[in-house]
Write a protein that binds this ligand. Structure first.
Ligand code: NDP
Ligand code: MG
Length: 381
């Protein structure tokens, strides 16, 4: 029996993790967390009977406490409640499926408590990879990626890390692949939320449309696999069948393929180093027929280069990239900013920032707050 905690159980990754739990049969959920969706969390409590849950919004937590009084599940609230769940005694692994830098403290708490991490919350490594990776090493904790590209890279490297030369990270290109900046100017959240291959939470779906997601993933890969960002090459692969590849010193390239279904990398992370029964449809290459590859159009989608620049500057700069993006995407999702403005706002926040090198978690949070302020001030002008 494996005991897990799911941070963000009501989201896209959280609910798909529970699908995998249903299929596997020998995984027990000890704790779960949500931001505000107590209707779904109540159903999850009644089905999985966790010891504890945490709801971010205190008034929602109070309501849920009354609703589930008959179950014996404790209901915590606020950031301390998430940390309480992340460090739950008896848990072997914590699935970090909270969206945004909001997942950082809980991920650190889980690592401090010695829990292995199934890492979906890429923003944690983007903002604080230089703190989180050494901490995991010190605590002897495995960080197994859930992000499909990183799971593919992890699987492709296998035990050959010392021969790794380059990572080829694939990108679907999102819903606006092939369009000009002129065409992108009028795009709304309804257009951006139509991803061709994946059904995901709103924030990451917008990130896929701007290609900020690929930028964040390059920084995530840098921390997970220890290569500099110039050795991580993004390539557009429209079919999302090859989830990423690695090139070894001899020129050999190994990739991982599968249908685009997040339950595959989630199951791999939960059962690593084992593989279990099928969790997705089989891959039918003949039906797909053709796999296509293209360069990134950096003039139209500047996000990848912005992310590489932030990674090269280092210190608090990646946190500024991330914080400005989170704030701009939130504005875009309430029609408060245009599609092209998202990357412009990121650039503005990065230009305004004087990075702190070797930052503490507090420095990172201050940089995040500063970036959000730059974005809000620009939008209020
Ligand atoms: P969703 O928006 O679908 O879910 C987010 C989860 O986090 C929900 O449970 C939500 O609760 C909770 N949450 C939101 N805000 C906060 C907060 N401030 N504090 C605590 N909890 C919060 O996101 P996804 O599942 O799509 O993504 C989760 C993470 O996984 C992201 O970092 C994303 O980049 C990464 N990822 C996602 C993929 C996907 O296919 N979806 C693929 C690869 C990576 P509530 O429901 O109550 O709002
Ligand atoms: Mg991904």
């Amino acid at each position: 029996m494996k005991n897990i905690v799911i941070l963000g159980s009501t989201g896209s990754i959280g609910t798909q993790t529970l699908d995998v739990v249903d299929k596997e049969g020998d995984i027990r959920v000890l704790a779960m967390t949500a931001h505000s969706n107590i209707d779904l969390l109540e159903r999850q409590i009644r089905k999985y009977r966790p010891r504890a849950v945490s709801v971010n919004l205190p008034e929602k937590a109070a309501e849920l406490r009354v609703r589930v009084a008959d179950t014996g599940t404790r209901v915590f609230s606020g950031p301390d409640g998430v940390v309480e769940c992340a460090a739950m005694p008896g848990a072997d692994m914590v699935v970090t499926a909270i969206v945004g830098i909001a997942g950082l403290d809980a991920t650190i708490a889980a690592i401090e408590a010695g829990k292995d991490i199934a890492l979906a919350n890429k923003e944690t490594l983007v903002t604080a990879g230089d703190i989180v990776m050494p901490l995991a090493e010190k605590r002897g904790v495995n960080i197994v990626p859930v992000d499909s590209e990183h799971s593919a890279i992890f699987q492709s490297i296998s035990n050959q890390r010392k021969f790794l030369k380059r990572i080829i990270i694939t990108a679907s290109g999102g819903p606006f692949f092939g369009m000009s900046r002129h065409e992108l100017a009028g795009k709304t959240r309804f257009d951006a939320l139509k991803h061709p291959n994946w059904t995901m939470g709103a924030k990451i779906t917008v990130d896929s449309a701007t290609l900020v997601n690929k930028g964040l993933e390059i920084i995530e890969a840098r921390h997970l696999f220890g290569l500099d960002v110039d050795s991580i090459t993004p390539v557009v692969h429209r079919e999302s069948v090859i989830h990423s590849m690695v090139e070894f010193t001899d020129g050999s390239v190994i990739g991982q393929l599968g249908v685009p279904d997040m339950r595959l990398p989630i199951a791999y992370a939960l059962t690593y180093p084992l593989r279990r029964g099928p969790v997705s449809e089989p891959l039918d290459l003949v039906k797909i027929g053709r796999l296509t590859f293209y360069d990134i159009d950096h003039d139209t989608f500047p996000a990848v280069n912005l992310a590489k620049k932030a990674a090269k500057t280092g210190g608090t700069m990646p946190a500024v990239l991330n914080g400005a993006n989170e704030e701009a995407v939130a504005a875009f999702l309430r029609d408060g900013c245009g599609f092209l403005e998202i990357t412009e706002l990121i650039q503005r926040a990065m230009e305004a920032h004087r990075p702190v090198m070797e930052p503490t978690v507090e420095d990172i949070k201050a940089a995040d707050a500063e970036a959000r302020e730059v974005v809000r001030a620009s939008l209020n002008k």
